[in-house]
Write a protein that binds this ligand. Structure first.
Ligand code: SF4
Ligand code: SF4
Length: 312
């Protein structure tokens, strides 16, 4: 029997980051824009979540969410509304910053995940020391998962990955390898990279019914809301801007319009159903064709950046 889908909102409150990863999956590189969510967008976000039951998990992310000038106010307000809060960090801040967050959120801090961007970490040994402190200081019930992007691995990076895995095992923490998905690059990966993600070939999901957009939402710093991270490149998947009074979540599962699903979270949170409806897939293909010219004009920066990534 399928588990009940878990509901979540990811709110990207800033595109600013302390790192500059070549493969940034949070769209910073794709949009060139490095803005913070302004007051109007943050207010619209609160108006939206106030209408939801508090079984929705709220993830505040970026970029590096801590860089948003109102980061502490935003997370405190979510706590007041009694939602579970998830955060994610690249661990580039002083441990005192993390301690402050732990104290502020305490039991409302459901998850605090750490992503390890090996090309960007300046001093790996210091980061590992900080990591151990982070684990010891975090609230007892706060889960953490180590996320390790797999990107152009070599022997030195492999050694670092082994160190991270050993820490994960020492503290009984889950870890996950992330495939940097850009189009169908799985077949072009090096053997070393493939060793780490051998079971994670991107799944073909076009026409599969998916309740992302009904039970989950990804909101960008400008208020544009999408069903999932992958769908942000197709206007037909946009649910509009949360600052628009008429904004609403979709009310039923609809077919996926993308060839591949590159979103781990909707899969983990049971948003994706197995049923495929060919007639719906056909209708959505037509819809996408009509949206394509609009998308090319509106999102041309994204498309240019994507094309550059394909060439590189
Ligand atoms: S740490 Fe994350 S958000 Fe920052 S540049 Fe790297 S992938 Fe992007
Ligand atoms: S199947 Fe994946 S890519 Fe498609 S809509 Fe759902 S979450 Fe997004």
């Amino acid at each position: 029997m399928q588990n009940k889908p878990k509901k979540f909102i990811d709110f990207i409150i800033t595109q600013k980051c302390t790192y500059n990863c070549e493969y940034c999956s949070q769209s910073k590189l794709q949009t060139k824009i490095k803005n913070n969510a302004d007051k109007k967008t943050v207010n619209a976000f609160f108006n939206l979540i106030k209408k939801l039951e508090n079984d929705w998990e709220i993830t505040i992310t970026g970029g590096e969410a801590i860089l948003h000038p109102d980061f502490y106010e935003i997370i405190s307000e979510i706590k007041k509304l009694n939602f579970k809060i998830n955060l994610i960090t690249n661990l580039s801040f002083d441990i005192k910053i993390y301690e402050k967050i732990f104290k502020l959120l305490s039991d409302n801090l459901n998850r605090y995940d750490i992503s390890f961007h090996l090309d960007e970490i300046e001093n790996f040994n210091t980061t590992i020391e900080k990591l151990e402190n982070f684990i010891k200081l975090k609230p007892k019930n706060t889960k953490t998962v180590f996320l390790i992007p797999i990107y152009k691995l070599d022997k030195i990076k492999e050694e670092k990955i082994n160190t991270i895995i050993n820490i994960a095992k020492k503290y009984n923490i889950n870890y996950d390898f992330q495939h940097i998905h850009y189009f169908d690059k799985y077949k072009n990966l090096s053997l070393l990279d493939k060793n780490y993600i051998k079971n994670k070939k991107p799944k073909k999901t076009f026409s599969t019914l998916c309740s992302a957009g009904k039970n989950s939402l990804v909101i960008y710093e400008d208020g544009e809301a999408y069903r999932c991270y992958s769908s942000r490149f197709l206007k037909s998947n946009s649910l509009g801007n949360i600052k628009n009074k008429n904004f609403k979540l979709i009310d039923k599962a609809i077919p996926c319009t993308l060839k591949y699903c590159t979103c781990p979270k909707p899969r983990l949170y049971q948003q994706i159903q197995s049923t495929k409806k060919p007639i719906n897939a056909y209708l959505y293909s037509i819809k996408n064709i009509f949206y394509l010219p609009y998308m090319i004009i509106k999102k041309r920066e994204i498309i240019i950046a994507k094309l550059k990534q394909m060439i590189n």
